[in-house]
Design a protein around this ligand. Sequence first.
Ligand SMILES: [Zn+2]
Length: 145
Amino acid sequence: MADREQICPACFRLIPAEAHACPACGADLDRLWARDYRDKLLAALAHPLAEVRMRAILALGLRGEASAAQSLVDCALRHPVDVVEGLAVVAALARLGGAGRTALHTLAEVHAAQAVRAAARQATKSLQGGPHARDRHPRRGDPAS
Ligand SMILES: [Zn+2]
């Protein structure tokens, strides 16, 4: 049986490949690798190739990476003529729930492409009407009294 090993990203000691916590320093390896992956995705948003950026946008949305909201907005604003990318950013932000709300609002206000502004406005609306809008007061729908 082959002894498979990895290097702890925190203390750089050789440790078993299947470890979830480093036996030497106790680092939470799952969390560290997840953070590492997120940082790579955030860095990819600045990649010169649109298709690389696009994959990072999709991945961040799928992961629901709330801390990426501002980076996604910056990415969309850096490429104002790329409507497809702008729409992908809107879709990714819509998956972040409340964390994406401010970001969507920004895009709805300032993005150069009308289609992106409209999609961002639409996404903001569906966030507000969504099942997680628990901080909203109940609508006073009754015109009575
Ligand atoms: Zn370690």
